[in-house]
Write a protein that binds this ligand. Structure first.
Ligand code: PMP
Length: 406
């Protein structure tokens, strides 16, 4: 099928796990806070400050509502990396007297795993629970890892490379019954799967705006205040902002954009999930019709926009350099330098892929602004390339064979 070109925007963007286009409605909401209402939200002496504070309060309420939290449980940060750092380091330091053990999972984002490594250097013990071939946390190993010394568990709600979603509520309940704090990195899950900090027994959760069509450089940490609350040692000291937990003048335009993006994500939730899954399934079915492709992750329980595919006989680099008009990636944007160094994704390693398979793996991430024609074009382009590549490889084998015979 020849795709209609009409609503295809080149280059076609299929890297929505790395970041998303800021929704034009979000941009509109943010603009006045650069040019007209540019006050500091902490300036309590004039209307510029009051207006900025009102806008921040509204964004805080909107974000809290989407996860069933209270507004005073939302602490603004610069993104999920900072939120993960604040959660893990801040809790470990605060609860050190109670125990020195943390539990996490092999497929976590580097902003969790690297923090765990740095905590190990300062005397904490960390158990990294393995996952199965689909990226699902091994529940028996998880339960066995929880000890009297465990103060904190950190397991991501959804994986950024293979899209596998964790059984958050089951994990949260297991932690709650043992009085262990439960943190989840929901940077990818936010807006795509239901998050309810109350019913899912989540104590601390990291969020990021730029994964939900908001701006980069703004995120939040949910911190439970009810039932005694969770205490946390601040990692940035200064002017006492955010209840003394994260100092620094608030990024008012960013916060307003984050609030608007969260509000939009909530209002289009069902329709968007359907739209993303329809596009992803169409893409995946189209490409996997060629038999030399496998789908990674838990296809039963996966982010609706994610497709991680391993192409046999073709490296991701080869494929990406051939289809330059399509923006796809080898995996996490945060570890793409590792690929340059010929190291490979810890997530793909954890699900059992060897280095050859990992180097042949491409992550596709559809998004709110992806069109069906873009998917048709991508399928046609990639399958044509696969056919051509296979024919060339077959020809090379025949040539080799016939020269050997002679
Ligand atoms: N956690 C996960 C699961 C992510 O996908 C990302 C972004 N790649 C982060 C954390 C870091 O988020 P940010 O860019 O907001 O620091």
């Amino acid at each position: 099928m020849t795709p209609r070109k009409t609503d295809i925007h080149f280059p076609i963007y299929l890297d929505n796990h790395a970041s998303t286009r800021v929704d034009p409605r979000v941009v509109q909401a943010m603009l006045p806070f650069f040019t007209e209402q540019y006050g500091n939200a902490s300036s309590s002496d004039h209307r510029f400050g009051w207006y900025a504070k009102e806008a921040v309060d509204m964004a805080r309420r909107r974000i809290a509502k989407t996860i069933h939290a209270e507004p005073n449980e939302i602490i603004f940060t610069s993104g999920a990396t900072e939120s993960n750092n604040l959660a893990l380091k801040g809790i470990a330091e605060t609860y050190r007297d109670k125990g020195n053990h943390l539990v996490t999972c092999a497929t976590e984002h580097s902003s969790v795993l690297d923090v765990c490594r740095s905590l190990e250097l300062s005397g904490f013990r960390v158990t990294v629970v393995p996952v199965d071939w689909a990226g699902r946390i091994e529940m028996d190993a998880f339960e066995a890892a929880l000890t009297r010394d465990t103060i904190l568990v950190s397991v991501m709600a959804a994986n950024n490379e293979i899209g596998t979603c964790a059984p958050i509520e089951a994990l949260g309940r297991m932690c709650r019954s043992r009085q262990i704090l439960f943190h989840t990195d929901a940077a990818q899950a936010f807006g795509k799967i239901q998050l309810n900090v109350r019913t899912q027994c989540i104590d601390v959760m990291s969020l990021s705006a730029h994964k939900i069509y908001g701006p980069k450089g703004i995120g939040a940490l949910f911190l439970r205040r009810s039932n005694g609350g969770v205490r946390l040692m601040p990692q940035v000291d200064g002017g006492g902002h955010e209840w003394g937990l994260r100092a620094g003048s608030l990024n008012v335009p960013g916060i307003v954009g984050f609030g608007e993006a969260a509000h939009l994500a909530e209002s289009v939730y069902d329709a968007e999930r359907k739209h993303l899954a329809m596009l992803r399934d169409k893409l995946e079915q189209g490409i996997t019709e060629s038999r030399d492709v496998i789908v990674n992750g838990d296809t039963e329980n996966r982010l609706p926009n994610n497709s991680s595919l391993t192409f046999f006989g073709i490296t991701a680099k080869e494929l990406m350099s051939e289809v330059r008009e399509i923006a796809i990636s080898t995996g996490s944007a945060c570890t793409s330098e590792d690929i340059e160094r010929e190291e490979y994704s810890h997530v793909l390693k954890a699900i059992g892929l060897d280095s050859e398979q990992a180097k042949s793996t491409v992550r596709f991430g559809v998004g709110r602004f992806t069109t069906e024609n873009e998917i048709d074009y991508t399928v046609a382009r990639i399958t044509a390339y696969l056919r051509q590549h296979r024919a060339a490889a077959a020809l090379a084998t025949v040539k080799n064979y016939s020269t050997r015979d002679r």
